[in-house]
Write a new protein. Structure first.
Length: 155
């Protein structure tokens, strides 16, 4: 294990919206180093969000991330030969990472035309507290609630 935590990398906000969540989504969408393709997809998503809601798309995106991010999750912990699922609070950085991962995964699983349309529909549903990503958060919270008896095994 490391002695010290590594310094987080400096990430610059995106050009059009000057928003960190948009940059993080661009990086998560990117495949095989094709950042311009990922940027184009994300900006299409933001245009669709602006068209459908009439609101600032960055605010809609941040609302969706806030709605999907879990408060609690279970982590495995070995005690005396048995492995217990111990509920733990989720740090804010992991909360955002999980929210993005769940939104992107549920968008990939959707049926639709383009990836931009699927992702924008999933972000809209997440902003309205519905959709597959929000269901995933609810499942995580249910699991943490079910294993509350093991919360005294905290790490």
């Amino acid at each position: 294990m490391r002695r010290t935590k590594p310094e987080p990398r400096v990430v610059n906000p995106d050009v059009r919206y000057s928003s960190m969540p948009v940059t993080f989504f661009i990086h998560r969408i990117m495949k095989r180093g094709k950042k311009s393709v990922a940027t184009h997809i994300m900006y299409d998503v933001m245009d669709i969000l602006k068209e459908k809601t009439g609101k600032n798309p960055v605010e809609v995106l941040e609302t969706a991330l806030k709605n999907v991010g879990p408060q609690m999750e279970v982590r495995p912990r070995r005690v005396g030969g048995a492995t217990y699922q111990v509920p733990m609070e989720v740090p804010s950085s992991r909360k955002m990472t999980l929210a993005m991962r769940w939104i992107l995964d549920s968008a990939t699983g959707r049926t639709g035309n383009s990836y931009a349309e699927k992702l924008s529909a999933e972000i809209l549903e997440a902003a309205n507290n519905t959709g597959a990503a929000v269901r995933k958060r609810e499942e995580t919270h249910k699991m943490a609630e079910a294993n509350r008896a093991f919360s005294h095994f905290r790490m």
